[in-house]
Design a protein around this ligand. Structure first.
Ligand code: G3P
Length: 200
């Protein structure tokens, strides 16, 4: 029991590491909370510091989800335990202990948690996300698509144990994107390329 609680706490601490802030400060001397969308995630780091540092942030944030879940599989293969580990990592990312309990929007870390749990489903969801971003230009719309199709893909693919996790994640990501949703509804969300130019 103590091992389980300890691992949940470690997952939260790992999720809390603000890679976007660290990478943006180190590479272009910008605090992403003060520029672009104000988010510390990969999209905003790419917007402010360039695509390659956005990709670096994406990979680091993704690993924050993958590693705690993957190592947690050695502690227990219980879907409830692994779902809690995944949520602890996501909670750390969104409510980081290093950022006054504020943080990112949880998309890269969501991809990360599902890589060891439901690889085929998250791969298809990521492809759907990429297609929406490519066709619409809105990263936020792609992110919302990813978390919306994930429960359906788990259902179709037989990954039923993780459907409750995917539904909680969907609610969390809709919550973190509430301002993006408002802008999308009002037609004020800026498409990726347009936004990039306007921020420069
Ligand atoms: O993953 C975050 C993305 O969906 C939106 O990012 O910076 O445009 O709010 P941003």
């Amino acid at each position: 029991m103590l091992g389980i609680i300890l691992w949940l706490f470690i997952a939260y601490i790992v999720g809390s590491i603000p890679f976007g802030l660290i990478i943006a400060r180190a590479t272009c001397g910008i605090d992403p909370r003060t520029g672009g969308s104000g988010n510390v995630g990969a999209t905003n780091v790419a917007r402010l510091c360039g695509t390659r540092w956005g990709i670096a942030t994406l990979l680091c944030d993704l690993l924050k989800g993958t590693l705690p879940v993957w190592i947690g599989m050695a502690v227990s293969d219980s879907p409830l335990f692994l779902s809690c580990v995944a949520l602890a990592a996501l909670g750390g990312h969104v409510y980081s202990m290093f950022l006054d309990f504020k943080g990112g929007k949880a998309v890269a870390t969501t991809i990360g948690i599902f890589i060891p749990l439901a690889f085929n489903s998250i791969l298809l969801a990521a492809i759907a996300c990429a297609l929406v971003i490519w066709r619409s230009g809105y990263v936020s719309l792609g992110s919302l698509t990813l978390v919306t199709v994930m429960p359906l893909l788990l259902f179709l693919g037989g990954g039923w144990s993780y459907i409750p996790l995917s539904l909680v994640v969907m609610a969390l990501v809709y919550w973190t994107h509430r301002e993006n949703i408002g802008r999308l509804a009002r037609g004020e969300e800026k498409a990726w390329q347009k936004k990039k130019h306007e921020e420069q």
